[in-house]
Design a protein around this ligand. Structure first.
Ligand code: DGY
Length: 326
């Protein structure tokens, strides 16, 4: 029987599915450090990974390893160069989380613009003594301009929702999306600089890579309107968090909503000193149904990638499909 490693606690019935095909070594505690993951992978044929780093050292030390399945759409935790060099297939879980993540992007953007968590804290602390005309005044969503940076599937799902709020949609992406998608979304392509100058609410949905590192830093924040909000549901590292803290402190932009952070879960604690930021712990895809769909898709990829089950040899979401041809 082939051996697989599961890097974190997941739905027990998904582990049971894996046990039908494999001998499963399921880690049942807090996230493991990279060297322990590497040690657990050493004798495995496959792995079910929930966002943990799988680097060159782990790949080199696991001669039988054939498939590493990520329970996430983003796979910047994988060293794809090492995967390719050693013929290891990587898989991810796209699409099943698009709508849930877009919903969350809106929730975070709206909470940020309308100061929902800040005002709730005020109320919980017993500070609410009277109604006041200027208490927690924020900025409108309705009729404003949404700037989406990263117009992939989640960005499109996010932009589609803007119609209900009569928003103008401008977007920036590495390349323009097809004209029919632009027409459907009523979305106008803009340079990053132009978008940052014009948008009332900027939402980041770009995958993390060396090129997208610090897409938003000091220079970009300086272009934004003082009334603008910035929402990051993409990845830590897309924003220069130190520069953002400085901009929020100086009220260079109005507010930020952040679900992801540089170095998470060890994020920059200076965020906690600011009232104009809404902070959530990387939960954009966290609806019960979507997390279940992601876990099952990650299991499908692992089972099929290791030549088992109804799609044996044909996993639904290969990241580096060339490996399958070899
Ligand atoms: C993803 O799928 O990439 C989400 O951010 C969860 O990690």
């Amino acid at each position: 029987m082939k051996k697989v490693f599961v890097s974190r606690p997941i739905f027990p019935d998904v582990i049971d599915r894996l046990r039908r095909y494999f001998e499963v070594d399921a880690h049942d505690g807090l996230a493991l450090p990279a060297d322990e993951i590497a040690a657990r992978l050493a004798d495995k044929d496959g792995a079910f990974i929930a966002g943990d780093p799988v680097g060159a050292k782990a790949i080199e030390g696991a001669p039988n390893l054939k498939v590493v399945s990520n329970m996430a759409v983003g796979y910047n935790n994988f060293d794809m160069q090492a995967f390719n060099a050693h013929g290891v297939l990587g898989t991810n879980t796209p699409d099943v989380l698009n709508e849930t993540t877009a919903d969350f992007g809106w929730a975070l953007m709206m909470a940020t613009a309308r100061r929902i968590t800040e005002s709730e804290h005020f109320l919980r602390l017993g500070k609410w003594k009277e109604w006041s005309y200027d208490a927690f005044t924020g900025s409108d969503i309705y009729g404003s301009t949404l700037g989406v940076i990263g117009m992939g599937r989640i960005g499109q799902a996010l932009a589609r929702r803007a119609r209900g709020f009569s928003m103008r949609v401008i977007y920036h992406n590495r390349s323009r999306v097809a004209p029919e998608i632009e027409a459907e979304l009523n979305a106008e392509y803009a340079s990053k600089e132009d978008l940052l100058k014009r948008a009332d609410h900027v939402v980041l949905v770009v995958p993390y890579s060396a090129e997208s590192h610090h897409t938003i830093g000091e220079a970009e924040l300086a272009l934004m309107k003082p009334s603008a909000t910035l929402t990051n549901i993409a990845r830590g590292g897309i924003v220069d968090d130190a520069a953002l803290i400085d901009a929020l402190r100086r009220k260079q932009i109005a507010a930020a909503g952040l679900d992801v952070f540089e170095g998470e879960p060890n994020f920059n604690r200076n965020f906690l000193t600011l009232s104009n930021v809404v902070l959530t712990p990387h939960i954009a895809s966290a609806s019960e149904a979507t997390r279940r769909a992601m876990a099952n898709l990650a299991a499908d990829n692992l089972i099929a990638g290791l030549g088992e089950g109804p799609r044996a040899g044909n996993p639904p979401n290969p990241i580096n499909p060339d490996v399958l041809k070899k």
